[in-house]
Design a protein around this ligand. Structure first.
Ligand code: 5GP
Ligand code: ZN
Length: 134
């Protein structure tokens, strides 16, 4: 399959690998937000979170936690942001599921999402729309 992350897993494209177990693989992002920015991916090709079977998720989160702890210590970070973009509207560029571990440093100046606010009644309407599907 012509997927850049599948090629990285197979060793056809070089990467700075930081972790691998039976099901998951982690390597440095080629364009780091901060030094130590790491991607954790399932070895099996899934497009994104919606495509991953439930039985993969516990192991995935365990791998993410394990690698995050190592990133924190390894680059002496003060915190990490863990981000997963799902679908192109959310900024997903590589269509192989991946979680970003972004080390954060006090005063690194990185700004996250701009936040808005709800009009009167809008939060409850929105909540109901979501709850309908649960
Ligand atoms: P997305 O925007 O899909 O959430 O993130 C894709 C990430 O993959 C980007 O942060 C990008 O820098 C990283 N990336 C894309 N191609 C490569 C590559 O060939 N090697 C590595 N190490 N990272 C890559
Ligand atoms: Zn893939």
């Amino acid at each position: 399959m012509d997927c850049i992350f599948c090629k990285i897993i197979r060793g056809e494209i070089p990467c700075s690998k930081v972790f691998e177990n039976e099901k998951f693989f982690a390597f440095l992002d080629i364009g780091p937000v901060n030094r130590g920015h790491t991607l954790v991916i399932p070895k099996k090709h899934y497009k994104n979170l919606f495509d991953m079977p439930e039985e993969e998720l516990k192991g995935y989160m365990e791998a993410i936690q394990k690698v995050s702890k190592a990133v924190m210590k390894g680059v002496d970070a003060d915190g990490v942001n863990i981000n997963m973009s799902n679908e192109s509207a959310a900024g997903q560029v590589v269509m192989h599921a991946h979680v970003h571990i972004i080390p954060r440093f006090k005063n690194d100046g990185l700004k996250l999402w701009p936040q808005g606010k709800y009009e009167e009644g809008e939060a409850d309407k929105t909540r109901k729309k979501i709850v309908n599907y649960l």
